[in-house]
Design a protein. Structure first.
Length: 422
């Protein structure tokens, strides 16, 4: 039976589960000393799941280790139910996919390099309840602090993130011709981890596990702009008025002209070309600073793999670069950062250079950014009625609200920079 609540995590449960974890860095030497577990109710995080930090202590109260444990969301928790569509991840089997992904890491020797390099946190337990597929548990060692809680996102930090992410993407790199062979390796316990990017995009738009051909996905994204732009523009103006971000409002006006003229639909078509790219790899698909941990000054780890999809590396990079670069950084640093990522990618797997080029990388990264902007619009246009009804978004959504505002401002600036002169 898989625990459903933090109170069900006991010393006995952890000893039973962790005693057989020989595949990481040897046996957990502190396990015999484990005498108590504790957590703080105020530290329970997560919008669509429960993410709880536990302290594991010896008999004298000394902390032996700290772990994050992720459970399915408590069905009786109504605290933010009317602010967040929590059914989405359940309907699309997203957490089942995340658990299967971690099980794959644990059971595949060729991927141990990722665990040893700490680009993913040490995985202690990854299980789905056989009798209730909606229940799961994931136990990860706490290996760092979320990057969104660290002041500033310097160019050097972005460069480090790209270097570490290139290690993961090089491990999962394949071409379209190799797809069936590669796919067979990524089936864990009967569950296919390998979701194509265009499936991920349409599921995030429709909140359902739809499987549509790429051509229909392009039309879905265009329809989002037709249906949602007016409400999203309203939300952007609200953001601008609340924060004093004048550039946000100015860039929104530029995009409003693109929508009115129909140019945005041409941009969407070009952006969606990355969904059919021949060179493909793992994409996080939620590649934000709050899903990254600073392990050390020279190491970053990545978490929350429930939305993963496979396709062009430019998909993740387009979102990350566009949402992190300040306006003054775009002109100076985009090309340098792309070269830095490219060099890391080729260093990790030189054969990639035979079928992929730096210019392709830059082009796909620039073009893909509009897809993520479309997804932001699809999600956050729904905030308009909340604004009109007087909901305090900052209190309702928490630190995610600040992330959204900053990311949106930068994404709009990136979009205008690379499309207004095309």
């Amino acid at each position: 039976m898989i625990p459903k609540t933090p109170s069900e995590i006991t010393v006995e449960y952890l000893k039973e589960k962790l005693s057989n974890q020989q595949h990481m860095n040897g046996r957990l030497v502190w396990l015999d000393k484990l005498a108590s577990v504790s957590y703080n109710n105020s530290n329970i995080q997560g919008q669509c799941s429960q993410v709880v930090l536990f302290e594991l202590k010896d008999s004298e109260g000394n902390i032996l280790d700290e772990v994050f444990i992720k459970f399915a969301k408590d069905e009786n928790d109504k605290s933010i139910a009317h602010h967040v569509d929590r059914d989405f991840l359940a309907e699309t089997s997203a957490y089942k996919k995340e658990i299967a992904f971690y099980q794959y890491l644990l059971n595949t020797n060729s991927i141990n390099n990722l665990l040893n390099r700490n680009v993913v946190p040490p995985v202690y337990v990854a299980e789905i309840d056989r009798n209730n597929k909606d229940q799961f548990i994931l136990i990860l060692r706490k290996s760092g602090k979320a990057l969104d809680q660290i002041v500033g996102c310097s160019t050097e930090l972005i460069r480090l993130i790209l270097k570490e992410w290139a290690l993961i993407q090089s491990e999962f790199w394949y071409t379209a011709e190799d797809e069936e062979k590669f796919k067979a390796q990524l089936v864990v316990n009967g569950y296919d981890v390998m979701t194509p990017l265009h499936h991920t995009v349409t599921s995030m738009i429709n909140k359902k596990n739809n499987i549509l051909p790429v051509e229909e996905v392009v039309e879905e994204v265009k329809q989002v702009w037709k249906d949602k732009w007016e409400d999203y523009h309203y939300v952007l103006k609200y953001f601008s008025s609340q924060t004093g971000m004048k550039q946000l409002a100015e860039n929104a006006l530029v995009i409003d002209e693109q929508v009115s003229s129909g140019k945005i639909f041409e941009i969407v078509e070009e952006g969606c070309q990355v969904l059919t790219a021949n060179n493909r790899t793992l994409n996080h698909c939620d590649f934000r600073l709050d899903n990254m941990l600073q392990v050390s000054e020279e190491s970053v780890a990545f978490v929350d793999f429930q939305c993963i999809g496979f396709g062009s590396c430019g998909y993740d990079l387009g979102f990350f670069i566009s949402s992190c670069l300040l306006s003054e950084q775009v002109n100076d640093n985009f090309h340098n950062l792309m070269e830095s990522y490219w060099n890391s990618l080729i260093c990790n797997k030189p054969i990639i250079e035979k079928t992929y080029s730096l210019e392709q990388l830059k082009r796909e990264t620039r073009k893909a950014a509009v897809i993520q902007l479309s997804l932001y619009m699809s999600m956050f246009s729904a905030w308009r009625p909340m604004i009109d009804s007087g909901v305090d978004l900052k209190s309702a959504v928490g630190r995610f609200f600040e992330l959204v505002i900053c990311a949106t401002e930068r994404m709009l600036n990136f979009h205008v920079k690379f499309t207004s002169s095309d």
